[in-house]
Design a protein around this ligand. Structure first.
Ligand code: AMP
Length: 291
């Protein structure tokens, strides 16, 4: 594995792959790698000849008062995990290289960013799309792989690539979960033992909502109520939103259907956690790791 810190060196590496007619798969991350990220790498390897993993904690997607400064960082461990997973190129640029000055040109995510996570995180998706577009322009991958864990982010990236004619295929991978169902996340490291136990309620709640749908209840408000009822059993879990949405419009459908997604965000002792499930498939669409 080659480790690259500068955009110039990355461009040189990319030219070599092009000369060799090798397809490049790209997995952008903010580091503090876990099995969720590494499964995206595995998937990139099946879709391409060479894999680039980026580690960059993007300041423009954090709002004031969010966890930019305390976001977990461990470059040495990230390097070891990436190498062990046969990443070909680890790209870890400095903030000053990605943002030599404040970008005067920005990406406006449009109305898809106004709902769900966008309601409580103004500017978040503009920051995500800006950095993803910059990274795609640096790496010039044939395919880029994102997790359905951040479903709204993946939908917005698909839409950006479509609307702005970015020449890349976007692939969205299933959520990787702990054995008790908790979706893996770098932010899970913030949870203490009690909070970690309570966090298992998120996937239990989604499963309950899914069961209501499978049982014939297609009224979004009912599915949301069933989901909220499970979360209400954990007093430490403070719900930000629970919603049933259509993935292309992010609107709540009149009647939930197989393509609808049940999504939620909560605060748990100051840590923000998100999760979602496609109503047509339930948690069986996801990957549970063994411990
Ligand atoms: P992050 O480092 O949290 O910005 O995540 C980088 C990429 O990994 C994004 O595409 C995420 O959706 C994806 N990802 C994070 N956690 C998981 C997970 N548990 N399962 C699948 N993908 C994930």
């Amino acid at each position: 594995m080659i480790e690259i810190a500068t955009i110039e060196a990355l461009r040189g590496w990319r030219r070599e792959q092009r000369r060799g007619k090798l397809r490049v798969g790209f997995v952008p991350t903010m580091g503090s790698l876990h099995e969720g990220h590494l499964r995206l790498v595995d998937r990139a390897r099946t879709l391409s000849d060479r894999t680039v993993l980026s580690v960059f904690v993007n300041p423009t997607q954090f709002g004031p008062g969010e966890d930019l400064d305390k976001y977990p960082r461990d470059r040495v461990r990230d390097g070891e995990l990436a190498a062990a997973r046969d990443v070909d190129c680890l790209f870890a640029p400095h903030t000053s290289d990605v943002y030599p000055e404040k970008s005067a040109i920005t990406v406006s995510p449009g109305p898809l960013a106004d709902r769900l996570c966008g309601t409580n995180r103004p500017g978040h998706f503009a920051g995500v799309l800006l950095v993803v577009l910059k990274l795609l322009n640096m790496v010039e991958p044939d395919v880029a792989i994102f997790g359905r864990k951040d479903a709204q982010q993946a939908w917005l990236i698909r839409r950006m690539v479509h609307d702005l004619n970015v020449p890349v295929i976007i692939d969205v991978a299933p959520i990787v979960r702990e054995p008790d169902g908790l979706a893996m996340s770098s932010r899970n490291a913030y949870l203490d033992r009690t909070q970690r136990c309570a966090a298992a309620a998120l996937s239990r709640a989604l499963e309950a909502g899914h069961r209501a749908f499978v049982g014939g209840d297609t009224e979004p408000a009912h599915i949301i109520d069933v989901t909220r009822a499970v979360l209400a059993n954990e007093p430490a879990v403070v719900v930000e939103y629970v919603d049933v949405v259509d993935p292309t419009t992010l609107a709540t459908p009149e009647r939930a259907h197989d393509q609808s997604v049940l999504a939620l965000a909560v605060q748990l002792g100051g840590t923000r956690l998100i999760d979602n499930v496609p109503l047509g498939a339930g948690l069986s669409a996801d990957v549970f790791v063994e411990r």
